[in-house]
Structures are given as C-alpha cells and as structure tokens.
Design a protein around this ligand. Structure first.
Ligand SMILES: *Cc1c(COP(=O)(O)O)cnc(C)c1O
Length: 415
C-alpha cells in the first residue's frame, strides 16, 4: 500500500476568537492521520481498560478519562466543551432534556427543609416539579416577582438555598433586571441558577452580566449567575428533532456537586443526538440572528393591529423590562407574544389560531417551522398582569412576508 502523504494536524487557532468562531474551531483532535474538522459519533456502553492498573488509575468522579459510556465519550465530551464555551462557563453536563437540566440542579443542591425561589413567570414544568416532587421530598418553594429585586429580597428566608432566574420570562416575555437579582441573591449568600434557553449564550453572557452598553449605572459589574441551564432542544439543536439539556458552571466545586448527582442519577445522552447538536452549533449565531430579525418584523406588524392590546417582545419599547433588555442584551430570540383585546373571547382567538396555515400549533421552538400556542394567562400566573387571551409566536425560518400574510388571512376568522 502506498504511503499516505503526511497530513497537517488539526490544532485550534491561537488567534483570539469571536464566540461564533469558537463554536467551530475548538480543540477537538481527530484520530491521527484523519484531519476532518467534524467530530465523530463515538458510541459505547463499555470502555475497555488496558489492564487492572488502568482501571485503578482512572478517577471516575472527575471524568478526567473515559470509564463508562454513560459517563462520557469523545462525542459528548466535545459537546460539553462547546456548550461551556458558548455560555462563557468552564464545565458543562449534558442531560436528556431541558427539563432534566432544571431537575438536576434542584436535586443536586436541595435537601429536605430547604426552600427554592422561582420567578412567577418561569418555565411552567419547572414550577410543576417544585409543586410535586420537591414538595413531596420536603423542599418548599416560593414564587417571586422577577421584575422587582425587592420582591426577591423579601422572599429570601433562612431556608432559602437556591434562586432560579429566567430571562426573558416564559410566555409573557418580561425581561428582568438580571444583574440586580443576582446581586440580591449573592448579598444573602444564595446560589443562583438561570434558565438561559431564550438567550442561548448569544443574547448576553450570563456569567458576566456587565451591561452590554459598557456603562454600569447600578454598580453591579461582574455580577454573574452561578449556574446556567439550557434546553439544547431549542436553539443549539435548531432542527426540532432533538431533546437535550445542559448545566454549565464556572465554579469547580459547584460543578463537582452537580457531577456527583448527574452520575448517580444515570442521566446520559445518546451519541447520535449529541452529534446532531454538534452539527448545528456552527450555524447557531446565524439562525439566532435570522429568527431575531423575523420575530421583530412580525411583532412590528402586530404592533400596528387594533385586534391586540399588547405586543410582548423585550426589544420593543413599552414591553415589560425593555430597558433591562436594552442594557443587557445584544440580540433577542425570535419569540414574542400578543395579548388580544378583551373584546375577543378565548374561542374567537382559538378560531384565529386554527385558521393559521404556515404557523403550526406546538410548544417547542427555535426549529425551522414557525409555531403558535394560545395561553390563558389566569392559568399560568399567580398574579396575571393583563386580561385577554395571549398567543405566543415563535419564528422558524420561513419568509417573514409569508408569515405576515398567514397572520393577516387568519385574522379574518377572529370574528
Ligand atoms: C423548552 C424549554 C425548557 C425545557 O426543554 P425540554 O428539552 O423540552 O425539556 C426549559 N426551559 C425553557 C425556557 C424552555 O423553553
């Protein structure tokens, strides 16, 4: 067999990288002599050890080597590194869904007798977890108003061990004063965990909440959350075909606590799913920007319609927390809600939703297909701030002019 020419080894560039570049150039090492840039799919339950000394030398708990398929393969280790880079953190753990990421944080940090504080506008299934399993295990919870740092301070008691944050709020899209909330929790020595699915590591840096403008009017520079979770299901996967979650930290001791629970719970992810996310990551900034642009264009169209009383989009003046969004963020997810005028019944709004053709009715978002969900505000908030039926729109990758036309034709069915 002819000798193959020497191939240049893959190395990571030494130039300083923008974040989108760092999603592509990462210190992944392909097998010797095979210089393809894409990571391989490594599937294994068992990892073979050379001898008994090799078994004893491996430190299972610190995951500093390959020990067992469930605890990591080159494919999942590469994805963990890339998500950590994306979030601006140091270490990431992968779990089978975004909801499992929330569960992992709760399980790792809370014991019977503890209390967890959750924003009233947080992702609903995380609240259900608190109301059911956490309650059964003797862990109490309280909801606070994420728009008011004093509400958080007032809710903190001697049993409080964890504060959840979410920006923007689920469905109602309020953008909270994140840095002030983090500082409030930190002033009482309490760990903070952010559901960063909306920001996706693109809109702002959760581990360094220095306002994007560079100014620091409230004196909270360098405040950052302790833990970031994401539903990789949404933007990082981008295809609407993968369920996965991540838990990222900067603090090594906190990462160790999370890793212990993660390993004991047996929460691994499949290599094919990990590879699907790895394949989608290089286009994440492009997709985020395109869906942001489309979301603002459609929200702008709705802002000119008399059928709705409110357009809830953090980048829009008059939307709750717009000033916090402007101080913190350089982009927004392609996600917004409209509140229909009170003169329309829920049944009329349902007729509008049913008449949409391109927009499909469905919950997950950030895939190629645009989606809507109608919500009854009185069912999802302890203190609903508005009356009227709300519809959430999430933008896919269709032509925005077609999506506007779809919305226009469906309004004829509103009655
Ligand atoms: C979708 C979502 C989750 C849960 O993700 P799954 O992978 O569907 O479990 C958590 N938080 C937010 C904000 C989400 O939008």
């Amino acid at each position: 067999m002819a000798e193959r020419p020497e191939e240049a080894p893959m190395t990571s560039p030494v130039i300083s990288m923008t974040s989108s570049t760092s999603l592509i150039h990462h210190p992944y090492q392909p097998p010797a002599g095979f210089a393809a840039p894409q990571p391989a799919v490594h599937k294994a339950s068992t990892v073979i050890f050379a001898n008994t000394a090799a078994v004893r030398a491996r430190n299972w708990k610190e995951k500093n080597g390959y020990t067992y398929g469930l605890h990591g393969t080159p494919t999942t280790f590469t994805l963990e590194q890339r998500i950590a880079t994306l979030e601006g953190g140091s270490n990431t753990l992968l779990v089978p869904s975004g909801l499992a990421a929330i569960t992992l944080v709760d399980m790792a940090l809370l014991v019977s007798g503890d209390e967890v504080l959750i924003p009233d506008n947080a992702y609903g299934p995380g609240k259900e977890l608190a109301r059911n399993e956490l309650a059964r295990w003797g862990i109490t919870h309280r909801f606070y108003d994420a728009m008011d740092p004093q509400s958080l301070l007032d809710a903190i008691g001697p049993a409080t061990k964890l504060v959840w944050l979410e920006a923007a709020g689920s469905v109602t899209m309020e953008f909270p004063p994140l840095a002030a909330l983090v500082q409030a929790a930190r002033s009482r020595g309490i760990t903070t965990a952010l559901d960063n699915t909306w920001g996706a590591g693109i809109a702002f840096n959760a581990f360094d909440l220095m306002p994007a403008s560079g100014s620091d009017p409230v004196g909270v520079a360098a405040a950052g959350v302790d833990i970031c979770v994401q539903a990789l299901t949404k933007y990082p996967s981008g295809g609407g075909d993968v369920l996965m979650g991540s838990v990222t930290t900067r603090d090594a001791a906190l990462h160790q606590r999370l890793t212990g629970t993660h390993m004991r719970m047996g929460w691994g992810v499949g290599a094919n799913d990990a590879e699907a996310v790895l394949r989608a990551l290089p286009t994440l900034p492009l997709r985020y920007e395109a869906q942001d642009r489309a979301g603002r264009a459609l929200a702008q169209w709705w802002a000119g319609r008399s059928e709705v009383s409110l357009v809830l989009h953090p980048a829009f003046t008059g939307s709750p927390g717009h000033e916090h969004w402007r101080a913190q963020c350089c982009a927004a997810a392609g996600l917004f809600s409209v509140v229909f005028d009170e003169r329309y019944s829920a049944a009329q709004v349902d007729a509008f939703v049913d008449a949409l053709k391109l927009f499909k009715i469905g919950y997950s978002w950030a895939g190629p297909v645009s989606l809507v969900v109608p919500y009854d505000l009185s069912l999802i908030r302890t203190r609903p701030a508005w009356r009227g039926t709300l519809v959430r729109f999430s933008l896919g990758l269709e032509e925005v002019a077609d999506l506007i036309e779809d919305s226009r034709q469906a309004l004829a069915f509103l009655g």
